[in-house]
Design a protein around this ligand. Structure first.
Ligand code: CTP
Length: 215
């Protein structure tokens, strides 16, 4: 396969895992991402001979061997780490589940209970993959995003592809979040559509096969 050989020596950035947005020093808002998809992507790119940087939030599985790992906490830390690693990247694959919101004013001290209701004000986080796509020069790096949809999969995926200026969007359902297997639709900028059902490791291979055709 042409797409397979073309990754040797290429630079690939993968985001993975769940971000954490602190309310106070001991509490945070996060999500159920396991990090499996991102880590499978990093391993697949590495196995093809790419130089891989994995910017990862919290994950249940260890990162693969042979990749540069940059651990991060919040969405803003993830963005900063990605922008720092970005120069020279050929492709960026965003598998992280990034929190869309963070507490507006996190407390420096542990929040004490008072018996009264507590209202949290949340403010929007930056979109990491959209910020990376906005920095494309001559179409590089290629960017891939995931779309977790419960309805109107194709329409929502198309919209995400355009809005975030992606080269490929991988759309799946919420059942994909934690398990080792997944059911996904791959939608490319050039209009190509493919379907995949199986292990996340196989989906990772498929993503680099498809993306390799555009390198
Ligand atoms: N993403 C990101 N930074 C964010 C949010 C999402 O980089 N702040 C990336 C994710 O890594 C993923 C894709 O964007 O690749 C998911 O997009 P998002 O719009 O968050 O998808 P959903 O949560 O599925 O969308 P929505 O909230 O529109 O339903």
């Amino acid at each position: 396969v042409k797409g397979r050989a073309s990754w040797r020596g290429r630079k690939v950035l993968v985001t993975s895992g769940a971000t954490r947005e602190h309310l106070d020093p001991v509490r945070f808002l996060s999500n159920a991402s396991s990090g499996r998809m991102g880590h499978a992507l990093a391993a697949a790119a590495r196995a093809r001979g790419a130089r891989v940087t994995l910017v990862t939030g919290a994950a249940e599985v260890p990162p693969p061997k042979g990749v540069r790992v940059v651990p991060v906490g919040s969405a803003r830390e993830m963005l900063a780490a990605c922008l720092k690693a970005l120069p020279g990247m050929d492709a960026v694959v965003a598998a992280a589940a990034v929190g869309d919101f963070r507490p507006a004013s996190p407390s420096a001290r542990k929040i004490k209970k008072t018996g009264k209701p507590l209202t949290l004000k949340l403010v929007p986080n930056p979109d990491v993959i959209a910020a990376i796509s906005a920095r494309k020069k001559k179409g590089r790096p290629l960017t891939v995003g995931f779309a977790l949809e419960t309805h109107d999969l194709l329409d929502n995926a198309r919209e995400k592809l355009a809005k975030k200026n992606l080269d490929l969007v991988v759309a799946n359902g919420p059942e994909s979040l934690r398990g080792e297997t997944t059911k996904a639709m791959l939608l490319a900028k050039n209009g190509g559509v493919a379907f995949y059902t199986g292990a996340k490791t196989g989906l990772a291979e498929r993503i680099f096969d498809v993306l390799g055709e555009s390198l």
